[in-house]
Design a protein around this ligand. Structure first.
Ligand SMILES: [Zn+2]
Length: 382
């Protein structure tokens, strides 16, 4: 019996790991110390984040034993937050740009498919307000922390809650995981972004040693203008996601085409529904195998559902082929009636089923060759 699915099995899993395998302070190896998980609800639904956390193992290092969490984690949600930063950005946008009431914001979020209570909306609004006033109140706390750290690695994210409107810019420090600045701007203009980055630089008296972002053009240009000599790296998560897009599209197309080719399964199933003979039973099992191959799923690019379907259909076809070969000892002319005549050879039975399944998958270029070979042998009635 199949293992019952745990509800969280259905939530897409994102694996995140710190970009650098070494300690940013001493340069020595920072091994993965532990893994942890958290679930975040964003505007695109629920996501499970599987996080690898590194630690510096060098006792003399000032950052000895302190955790390095994945840089990309902060782009998803605030520390300990259950809702994504994009949800917080949208709540703020609806309140301050659209002037919606709490009840209206609640309704807007529910219309977008979010299961959320009104009280949580109120909390998210408070988070938004904290975020955008952060640069005024939190700097005193951050200053000594950053000082001790010696440098900053900035992560820049632009959250756009609605098409063509406000962008909530969030600048974080990847080393400490602290939020440095968050500001809603009514544009994605490069010049505004340069001003924002300069403001971060001026606010802290330590050098910026690197910038990480999703690589969108306005950020790329702004970083190049504001910090011409500072390395700018694409976030691995965004990079992989972008690289995966063509793979995802090709795989989706392949799956669609493959599915088209095995549409003939249902009539065969109907035909043998009541059949008690071995051939009927085996045919039903083959049909079931095709059916379960169709419902099997995966998350590209690492587990591509189209490729999986191709592999499973290939296995089924190979099994049918083996059956045909076994049955070849018996005159292929009589293949169809072999079972009728009570010949108990497994091969003959499977050969009969194979013929049936092949013929049933009419229009299937995938199984075409095999079907043709079967027909060529003179087995037209099965
Ligand atoms: Zn270290």
């Amino acid at each position: 019996m199949a293992r019952p699915h745990h509800p969280s099995d259905k939530i897409p899993l994102q694996m995140l790991e710190p970009l650098s395998p070494t300690c940013l302070m001493c340069g020595k190896a920072a091994h993965i110390a532990y893994h942890t998980q958290r679930t975040v609800t964003t505007l695109t639904g629920q996501h499970r984040l599987h996080l690898a956390v590194r630690r510096c193992a060098f006792p003399e290092c000032p950052r000895h034993h302190q955790p390095y969490r994945p840089e990309a984690e902060g782009a998803w949600a605030l520390p300990h937050g259950e809702y994504g930063l994009d949800v917080i950005a949208l709540v703020g946008f609806l309140r301050y740009q659209r002037h919606q009431s709490l009840a209206e914001i609640h309704q807007s979020l529910r219309e977008r498919g979010l299961t959320i209570g009104e009280r949580t909306v109120l909390n998210l609004l408070a988070r938004y307000e904290e975020l955008v006033t952060l640069h005024m109140t939190d700097r005193e706390r951050l200053q000594p922390l950053v000082q001790k750290q010696g440098s900053l690695i900035l992560a820049v994210d632009g959250l756009k809650p609605d098409v063509g409107h406000e962008v909530l810019w969030v600048v974080r420090d990847c080393v400490s995981g602290e939020l440095l600045l968050a500001r809603p701007l009514l544009s994605e203009r490069e010049a505004d972004l340069v001003t924002l980055l300069k403001e971060v630089q001026d606010a802290f008296s330590v050098p910026i040693s690197g910038v990480i972002s999703d690589g969108q053009k306005s950020i790329r240009n702004a970083v190049a203008t504001a910090f011409p000599d500072i390395p700018h790296q694409l976030c691995h998560f965004h990079y992989l996601r972008e690289a995966a897009k063509p793979v995802y599209e090709a795989d989706r197309h392949a799956k669609k085409e493959l599915k088209k080719q095995v549409r003939g399964i249902r009539p065969i199933e109907r035909e043998v529904e009541q059949e008690e003979r071995e051939e009927g039973i085996i045919t039903r099992k083959y049909c079931l195998a095709v059916r379960s191959a169709l419902t099997d799923d995966g998350h590209p690019p690492l587990s591509a559902p189209g490729l999986k379907l191709y592999e499973r259909l290939s296995l089924i076809a190979a099994s049918l082929e083996r059956g045909l070969k076994k049955g070849a000892a018996i005159s292929t002319r009589q293949t169809g009636s072999a079972a009728d005549k009570g010949i108990s050879s497994d091969g003959a039975v499977v050969a009969g089923c194979a013929g049936r399944v092949y013929l049933g998958t009419s229009g299937c270029t995938y199984l075409d060759e095999r079907r043709q070979a079967f027909l060529d042998r003179g087995a037209t009635t099965v």
